[in-house]
Design a protein around this ligand. Structure first.
Ligand code: ADP
Ligand code: MG
Length: 331
């Protein structure tokens, strides 16, 4: 296996992935037109070897973006380019050709591991689809299991015989067995307890560094995203609120919603948790279901302590504030 560290010069390398003005509406016809878009004009790039974190509350459109990239969800507008090739409306043939390069790890291992198949069968399937012989596929599966910290004889066992953390390692093995270039991790560690979460995150980081992988790392917890991501994109109601280097976005958040997310992120130490709670309350961010804004304007305005009439009338464009791009009239 050749292990090359890609150049991270950004401007000189074509992005691994370019998402531009992406819009996704669920439903059909008039129903779709009437409902707010689940993803509403989202743009971001992922450079070769870069990890981009996508963070936001439940329902903000994170998984929808992941599915659109993977070709599992139809796109209503905008474009998705993979290594310079438009894949927005890629047909089954083009998707099959991409299938080994663009892989996914989901929260629920059952979605990638058939509980009725042995672990080996699940791991060998993508290899066999690409023409590998059975013996070769089996030895690759054993190697990959070993690499993710499991015994080689796990090939002959079933997913139910493993713990949640081990099953997630198996999902990682399945995603990486074909040497992908880009892996979409959607809440890949969210169901795990804290120490298991840390182990799987470390594994993902090691594999990335060994193989020069790009990740789109999706999670609702900004602390988890912070661990792996070099760049963080913050989503609210299908729109990007902030996009910038991870240390800027998490260490010095400019958008009021990002500030709320950082303050809401759980921390293991009670004293720090209490300080966070105080900080959160002092932000004056309103919570609750009443915060459903009408169309237009800033989607966060009903919860935002800075909001004025301008925020109702005009959707804030992303603009550079310090080291990050922020969609706020007042940040
Ligand atoms: P997240 O992953 O950030 O929790 P999702 O992308 O799953 O958010 O969902 C974004 C929005 O789209 C939510 O309002 C959700 O209810 C809606 N949605 C998601 N999947 C479907 C679907 N299959 N049909 C209709 N609406 C959906
Ligand atoms: Mg989701």
């Amino acid at each position: 296996m050749s292990i090359e560290t890609p150049a991270r010069t950004g401007t000189t390398t074509a992005p691994m992935l370019a998402v531009k003005d992406l819009v996704v509406r669920y439903g059909r016809g008039r129903k779709a037109a009437a409902s707010p878009a689940a993803v509403d004009g989202v743009s971001f790039d992922i450079a070769p070897g870069e990890t981009v974190g996508l963070v936001g509350e439940s329902g903000s459109g994170k998984s929808t973006i992941g599915k659109a990239i993977l070709g599992l969800q139809k796109v209503s507008g905008g474009s998705i380019a993979y290594q310079g090739t438009d894949i927005t409306a890629a047909g089954p043939g083009q998707r099959r050709a991409l299938g080994g390069e663009l892989r996914a790890v989901f929260q629920d291992p059952n979605s990638s591991l058939n509980p009725r198949n042995t672990v080996g069968a699940s791991l060998m399937e993508p290899l066999k689809l690409r023409g590998a012989a059975a013996a070769e596929a089996r030895s690759k599966a054993e190697d990959m299991l070993e690499r993710v910290g499991l015994p080689r004889d796990a090939v002959d066992r079933y997913p139910s015989q493993f713990s949640g953390g081990q099953r997630q390692r198996i999902s990682v093995a399945r995603a990486l067995i074909c040497d992908p270039k880009l892996v979409v991790c959607d809440e890949a560690v969210s169901a795990l307890d804290l120490s298991t979460q840390a182990q799987v995150l470390n594994l993902l980081a090691d594999l990335r560094d060994e193989r020069g992988l790009s990740y789109l790392f999706i999670a609702h917890d900004i602390a988890v995203v912070r661990f792996l991501a070099e760049r963080v994109v913050v989503l609210y109601r299908g729109q990007v609120m902030e996009n910038g280097p991870a240390d800027e976005v998490t260490g010095n958040p400019r958008h009021p919603f990002t500030q709320a997310l950082v303050a809401a992120s759980p921390v293991p130490r009670p004293a720090e948790q209490a300080a966070r709670r105080e900080a959160r309350e002092s932000l004056g961010i309103r919570t609750g279901a009443a915060a459903t804004p009408g169309p237009g304007g800033c989607p966060f305005r009903l919860r935002c302590p800075l909001a004025t009439d301008l925020c109702r009338d005009e959707r804030p464009a992303l603009r550079r504030v310090g080291g990050a791009d922020v969609a706020c009239h007042y940040a």
